[in-house]
Structure formats: structure tokens, C-alpha cells
Design a protein around this ligand. Structure first.
Ligand code: AMP
Length: 358
């Protein structure tokens, strides 16, 4: 494959903060960025050279967008697979639609990972209330009912404490195309981020220890203290196998539960990931620059830590109003995404601290 050289245009499907930080990382490498996003707030467009506002099924707009781009990526895994397939006929799309197809459906994702030797939570597919009740009888309560498609940040999920809650949970998540997961009694949660080049070379970041609140990432720390290093190595080896099996190009993030019996795979994101935001200041090469390097066929950068301890906290809702206090802290690096409405739970920014002690 010929490298896509600085000066070329990178197209990004999706206009959120991940696209914004990708565009900010592409600029120092000399790339132009063109953002394709549906109507509505698109904070990535504010830092891009060009934008297209159209729906993901608008083929005329997609064709014009592709004509302006040398390579296309996505910052949002719910882009329709058909959109990516349409664009792939016109320009390289990295990662391609294979990764999206697997990651967009929690069932195919689990089956794919199991076939590669990974462990997942026990699960049953659910289309009817009777199937949910049967699944609960087999897996036991508590359990988590999730939509197979289009869930994110804990949305499209219901925790079921006992069989008596089944009907309400079934109604609350939409009542079909569901998966019931047995509750994993984990000691901690962590993620592994791997970057892979078109010719297959990979690098991986140190494992990220993640704390979620209400299903949303709250805090990430590196190094992932307290998790068996052998379990982290096993999870990393699995993510590399996943990337190889998909012939993946770009940054791939996988989330795991740490248990005493080893890592349990939770889900993958075929894109840069919230648990990798710390890499902007905390790693020698950020996940965003690494993704740009990978999709353009440039050499990947080093992934070492720049401080003994790195901590990232998400700024959700009106907690972003704390920016004055954060700026007064010399260890802190503030990122605000430029979103207008600080709705509770909305990711408005993040803060990364580089600290002297692990
Ligand atoms: P997800 O959207 O699948 O990543 O779920 C969001 C969060 O809910 C996870 O990070 C966990 O904290 C929790 N969670 C999801 N699935 C399970 C499970 N099967 N067992 C225990 N906790 C879970």
C-alpha cells in the first residue's frame, strides 16, 4: 500500500469530540480534515478544513465527500455499515466495514471473540419476554439486558435484580433484538488499546484501569495497578488477535472485566476511545496521532508513559464549569469539547493529570 502523505485529506465520519481530537492531531502532521456529520452540533467541524452536513444515507453527499478525501475513517461506531461499504468503493476506509459489522452487534462481537479464544460474560439472545424469563432462569439474577445494536455509555441497558423485574426491563430497553448477559463479578475494569498498520505492525498502550459510574466512564488511570500482569498480557494478546483477524487498520479499543480467573471481554470499539484520552499528554504518541499514522500508512509512534502515574477524568454535564479550578492545578491538562448544552451525563470535556507517584 502507498502511504497517504502529509498534505492529503482525511475524511472523518462523525462530528463529535473524538473527531475533533483526531482533527487536532492530524493538523501538526500536515493533513487536512473533512468532517461528514448529520445535522446538529458537530464540534469536530469547528477544527476541520471542510465539513459536509448530510445524512449517512445521502449517497450524492457521500460521493462528493469521498471525492475530496484521500482516506476516510470514522469516530462513531454506529455509522451504518452500508455507508462505509458505499464509501469503500470510492476511497480507502480504515478501519473498514468488517470491524463495524462485528462491533455493531453484541452477539456477533461475542461470537467473534469466543472463536478467537476470548472469554465473555455468559449470554442468551432475547426476542420475547418468555425468552428473557428462560434466560434469567439459566443465567441467574442479577443479569443485564442490553440492546444488541446501537447501545453506548450504558444506554439501551437494564439491570435485572430478580425475575419479578423482567417485564419492566424488557419494556424499558425496547423489547427485541436483545441480549441478556450474566452479571460478571469483576474486581476492576480495564481497556486495551492497540494500533495496527496496513501491513500488520502493531503497538499497544499500557492497560488502562477504568471506573464507570452509571455505565459512563468516569476515571482512567495508568498503570493499571492491582490487576494481575499475566491477565493484562492475555487480554492484550487477545486484542492483537482480534485486530489481525479483522485485518484492522487504526486504533482498536477493547474493554474487559478483571476477575480472579482472568480477563472477561466486554466490548470493542473500532475507533479511538474515551479510555485513551490520557495518551494526549500521558503517552509519547497520542491515540489520535497514532490513528492518523496508522490509517495513512505512516510508521507508528512510541507508546511509553510520560509520567509515573497518569489520570484522566471525564467532565460530565456541568462539571465542566470547574475549568477555572482545573487550570489552577499545575499537574492538570484541560480539554473542553466546545459543546453548548451541559446536559447531565453528557461528555463535555476531560482533564488529564500527570502525577509523580504510581
Ligand atoms: P457496556 O455498555 O456494555 O460497556 O456497559 C457499561 C458498564 O456496565 C460496564 O462498563 C460495566 O461497568 C457494566 N456492565 C456491563 N455489562 C456487565 C456485565 N455483564 N456484568 C457486570 N457489569 C456489567
Amino acid at each position: 500500500m502507498m502511504a497517504i502523505l502529509p498534505g492529503a485529506t482525511i475524511g472523518i465520519l462523525g462530528g463529535g469530540q473524538l473527531g475533533r481530537m483526531l482533527a487536532l492531531a492530524a493538523a501538526p502532521l500536515g493533513y487536512r480534515v473533512h468532517v461528514f456529520a448529520p445535522e446538529g452540533e458537530a464540534v469536530a467541524s469547528e477544527v476541520a478544513a471542510a465539513e459536509t452536513r448530510a445524512g449517512y444515507s445521502d449517497e450524492a453527499a457521500l460521493a462528493r465527500f469521498a471525492a475530496d478525501c484521500d482516506v476516510i475513517t470514522y469516530e462513531f461506531e454506529n455509522v451504518p455499515s452500508a455507508t462505509v461499504a458505499f464509501l469503500e468503493a470510492l476511497k480507502p476506509v480504515r478501519p473498514g466495514h468488517a470491524a463495524l459489522d462485528v462491533a455493531q452487534d453484541r452477539l456477533s462481537e461475542k461470537q467473534f471473540v469466543e472463536a478467537l479464544g476470548g472469554r465473555t460474560a455468559p449470554y442468551r439472545t432475547v426476542e420475547t419476554l418468555a425468552e428473557l424469563e428462560a434466560g434469567l432462569a439459566e443465567l441467574g439474577a442479577p443479569a443485564i439486558l442490553k440492546t444488541r445494536r446501537f447501545g453506548y455509555d450504558g444506554k439501551g441497558q437494564a439491570r435485572i435484580g430478580s425475575t419479578a423485574e423482567a417485564a419492566e426491563a424488557f419494556a424499558s430497553v425496547g423489547g427485541k433484538g436483545l441480549i441478556l448477559e450474566g452479571f460478571v463479578r469483576f474486581d476492576a475494569e480495564f481497556s486495551i488499546l492497540v494500533a495496527r498498520c496496513p501491513r500488520g505492525r502493531e503497538v499497544h498502550y499500557p492497560a488502562c484501569l477504568n471506573v464507570h459510574e452509571d455505565g459512563i466512564l468516569s476515571r482512567t488511570t495508568i498503570p493499571a495497578e492491582g490487576i494481575d500482569p499475566g491477565h493484562l498480557d492475555a487480554a492484550t494478546a487477545l486484542v492483537v488477535r482480534i485486530a489481525d483477524a479483522l485485518d484492522y487498520v487504526g486504533v482498536l479499543a477493547c474493554e474487559f472485566f478483571a476477575t480472579e480467573n482472568g480477563p472477561v471481554f466486554n466490548e470493542m470499539a473500532p475507533r479511538v476511545h474515551n479510555s485513551g484520552h490520557w495518551t494526549i499528554e500521558g503517552a509519547e504518541t497520542s491515540q489520535f496521532e497514532q490513528h492518523v499514522r496508522a490509517i495513512c500508512g505512516l510508521p507508528l509512534g512510541p507508546v511509553g508513559l510520560t509520567a509515573p502515574l497518569v489520570e484522566m477524568r471525564n467532565l460530565l454535564g456541568d462539571s465542566s464549569a470547574e475549568w477555572g479550578r482545573i487550570l489552577a492545578d499545575p499537574t492538570a491538562h484541560l480539554h473542553l469539547y466546545g459543546k453548548r448544552d451541559a446536559v447531565p451525563g453528557r461528555k463535555m470535556g476531560h482533564v488529564t493529570r500527570l502525577l509523580p507517584q504510581p
